[in-house]
Design a protein around this ligand. Structure first.
Ligand code: GZL
Length: 356
């Protein structure tokens, strides 16, 4: 398989040189699409997602194509770093990395490019849960195992992927609601009417679906969910949506942010509106991910609590690949260990112990 990859790349490079195809992209021109559908979908070389051209793969490297969501958050940056530091040549891999800029069509193009390059494994962090059956069928047809990392795909046939490794998003949401219930009770506000708004992640992403569902499972009778709107997991959109919530709802008690970056945006909006937040403030701020900057925000007294979603999936996926290489079976669903952190803890000391 790997040898064939090298011959395709060399042949493609020769053809590209001869016909002078479009762009100066380092990406080898796409090989002849294998199916009509792939021909319709295949994109000209100049549009193929920016991946580093597959270097001359030596015979024994395992070639891994990774279709990453994007670079929308600190969590995503840590997740990408985990893959890039795990799938190195010295560890026996050649990584072909694609950043889809949070667009599903780019991820599908990247997967088709990996198929054409005949990689040994395809890893996908699917931006949303649906719309993957066709391209997964193509990977299966090509005999290339697919591993899901981070977010989940909703497919009718789970034989289309080897396994999934990621966070338990519903549990994260339920844990956040349970934490808020205890926190309010400890403040003597257990029976007070509590007004809540939620900054949701990318709609349809399993992290958004799960956290929204999980928090809803933990809603109390005296809690009111005033509004929920997507902040796309980004700080800027999170700030924008929180600004509009603050204009619409004068008496917000809690903002639930489905990732830390949206929480940072919400905190900026709260302060710009002349309000305060955090353990001593008007508005309780809860978030998810537990990236390093979230610890800084808790230390500054802005963020109340963050629910961990471990991004360090690289080593877990490498372990799965090694098992598959050895002909072993792997667990279909593999949750990573997760916790939470709040300002009642020594968050400055904890931050020093963390890997991301
Ligand atoms: C969670 C991951 C989410 C993070 C966000 O596993 O999919 O996407 O919570 C990231 O920070 O954008």
């Amino acid at each position: 398989m790997k040898k064939k990859l090298l011959s395709i790349i060399l042949a493609t490079a020769m053809v590209a040189t001869m016909v002078g195809c479009g762009s100066a992209t380092s990406e080898p021109a796409a090989a002849e699409p294998a199916t009509k559908e792939a021909a319709e979908e295949a994109t000209p070389a100049e549009e193929v997602a920016e991946e580093p051209a597959a270097e001359e793969a030596s015979d024994d490297l395992i070639v891994v194509g990774y279709a990453q969501v994007g670079a929308e958050s600190d969590w995503r940056t840590a997740n990408t770093e985990s893959f890039k530091t795990t799938f190195t040549e010295e560890n026996g891999y050649q990584l072909i990395f694609d950043d889809a800029q949070q667009k599903q069509e780019n991820q599908i193009k990247a997967i088709r490019s990996f198929i054409q390059q005949e990689v040994d494994y395809i890893v996908v962090a699917p931006v949303v849960e649906t719309g993957w059956e066709t391209v997964l069928e193509e990977a299966k047809e090509a005999g290339i195992p697919v591993i899901l990392s981070d977010r989940m795909m909703d497919v009718s046939d789970d034989s289309l992927y080897e396994c999934w490794v990621g966070g338990n998003f519903v549990k994260e949401g339920e844990d956040a609601a349970a934490w808020l219930k205890t926190y309010l009770e400890d403040q003597g506000r257990g029976s007070e009417e509590i007004n809540i708004v939620t900054l949701q992640g990318t709609i349809g992403a399993s992290a958004q679906v799960g956290r929204t569902e999980g928090f809803a499972n933990g809603m109390q009778d005296n809690w009111v969910m005033l509004d929920q709107q997507t902040g796309e997991f980004t700080q800027s959109k999170g700030q924008e949506v929180m600004e509009s919530f603050l204009k619409q709802y004068p008496d917000i008690d809690v903002v639930v942010c489905e990732n830390d970056n949206m929480a940072f945006g919400a905190i900026d909006a709260i302060k710009a509106a002349g309000k305060t937040c955090g353990p001593e403030g008007d508005i309780i701020v809860i978030s998810f991910d537990a990236v390093a900057a979230a610890f800084d925000s808790m230390i500054a007294g802005d963020l109340n609590a963050t629910f961990e979603c471990n991004p360090l999936h690289g080593p877990r996926v490498a372990e799965i690949i090694q098992k598959l290489e050895a002909g072993e079976t792997v667990e279909k669903i593999q949750y990573v260990d997760e916790s939470y952190f709040d300002t009642s803890m020594d968050v400055a000391a904890i931050k020093e112990t963390r890997a991301y």
